[in-house]
Design a protein around this ligand. Structure first.
Ligand SMILES: [Zn+2]
Length: 385
């Protein structure tokens, strides 16, 4: 059995292995080497390992490490995280993003905060624990492609019946329990009109004019969102619809035949995604009837639903007590709705600060390490021992 490296060596290794996920194939990397590394270390600790190649994303893998005491096969704790990182901004890092560097009381590197480093924390927290002392199951989940499609989190069924009592997703929240966030949808509206000479508007169908009508309807949805919905948990207490990009036409003297709009929608927790699509369809029905076949809505990725954990849930109480931090909402999406769908009380809480995520010279503060380590160790003890 190989020996477990030191905490800092694990951190160094995790940062050194590229595992970028990106919709642009020239950036996209398999996460298999990270999964293999984690499997080796978690095996050292005495875990059983299951690795699953994603059905919908060949070359990407989820890992589930589990220790299940013989006389307690259900419940327990799952510590979860994603193995992928975003691409790095070339030219904006002042150092190699794959080389862990200690400076200024910080550890720099891609994935130090978001969030490959979390696995080093978890493994270190368990280093001196004999798993045979556990009275409840303990699971470590490592997923693929969180940063792009959340494809990994969508395939947790592959691990069979998996229903811990509690799950903690170690995204960088500075060890603050996050208990709710909005969902995320990205939609494209494509208008296909008919080109023609600008001198005769009747000679074609102007896609920009059709888009104008579509935008008017979508502005109506924005208003409806504000009037019909309210959730005090969020600084922006209603669902949002943002006009992010629009492209259309090529010359002033041609009737524009093609126009495309990209919108981003952030539904509140509990909002039904199918009903939301229904609302868009309903709003666009008139424009569609007026220009048959011209308007087409396309999902740019599978939607991520909103997420909320009951603020009185046991895991929230426990996490707040251990860290001294009160539960908070987040303004970013996580895998929490998919993990929660397993039927476990789920929070998002991990070391590092979200402000450093997706930034050049990403880092984690060294003085955060020991307290977070102790809090994670205490959490495991309280739930599983
Ligand atoms: Zn993350």
């Amino acid at each position: 059995m190989p020996q477990l490296p030191s905490f800092i060596q694990m951190y160094r290794d995790l940062v050194a292995i590229p595992s970028v996920s990106c919709l642009d194939p020239s950036w996209d990397t398999s996460n298999k080497p990270v999964i293999d590394k984690l499997a080796t270390w978690l095996e050292c600790l005495g875990f059983q390992i299951d690795v699953h190649e994603l059905d919908h994303q060949a070359g990407k893998f989820n890992l589930l490490a589990h220790y299940i005491p013989e006389d307690a096969e259900s419940g327990g704790l799952m510590l979860a995280g994603h193995t992928d990182t975003v691409p790095w901004d070339e030219g904006r890092w002042t150092q190699d993003p794959f080389k862990l560097r200690e400076d200024n009381g910080r550890l720099y590197g891609l994935g130090t905060a978001d969030m490959k480093g979390f696995f080093a924390f978890v493994i270190e927290a368990l280093r001196s624990t004999d798993l045979r002392q556990l009275k409840k199951p303990l699971y470590i989940l490592a997923t693929a492609d969180e940063e792009t499609t959340m494809a990994g989190a969508r395939e947790l069924d592959a691990f069979g019946h998996l229903k811990p009592d509690f799950a903690v997703i170690g995204e960088p929240t500075s060890m603050t329990p996050v208990i709710t966030h909005k969902g995320h949808m990205t939609e494209a509206v494509r208008i296909t009109g008919k080109s023609g000479h600008s001198s005769n508007p009747a000679a074609g169908i102007n896609a920009i004019e059709v888009m104008h009508d579509v935008i008017t309807e979508l502005r109506g949805i924005q208003k409806e969102f504000q009037q019909r919905y309210h959730d005090d948990a969020f600084e922006v207490p209603y669902p949002t619809l943002n006009f992010g990009a629009i492209h259309g036409g090529d010359a002033a003297n041609r009737i524009c035949a093609c126009c495309e709009l990209h919108i981003d929608m952030r539904p509140l927790p509990g909002m039904n995604i199918t009903e939301l699509y229904g609302l868009i369809d309903q709003r666009l029905a008139e424009v569609k009837a007026q220009y048959p076949g011209a308007v087409c809505l396309e999902h740019m990725h599978e939607p991520v639903p909103g997420y909320r954990c009951d603020k009185d849930a046991e895991i929230v109480r426990l996490a707040s007590e251990l860290t001294g931090n009160a539960a908070q909402p987040a303004n970013y999406c996580t895998e929490a709705p998919f993990v929660q769908a397993l039927g476990c009380q789920t929070i998002v809480m991990g070391p590092g600060n979200i402000a450093q995520a997706h930034q050049p010279d990403e880092f984690i503060q060294i003085d955060e390490i020991a307290p977070a380590q102790n809090q994670l160790r205490a959490l495991i003890r309280q739930v599983c021992m």
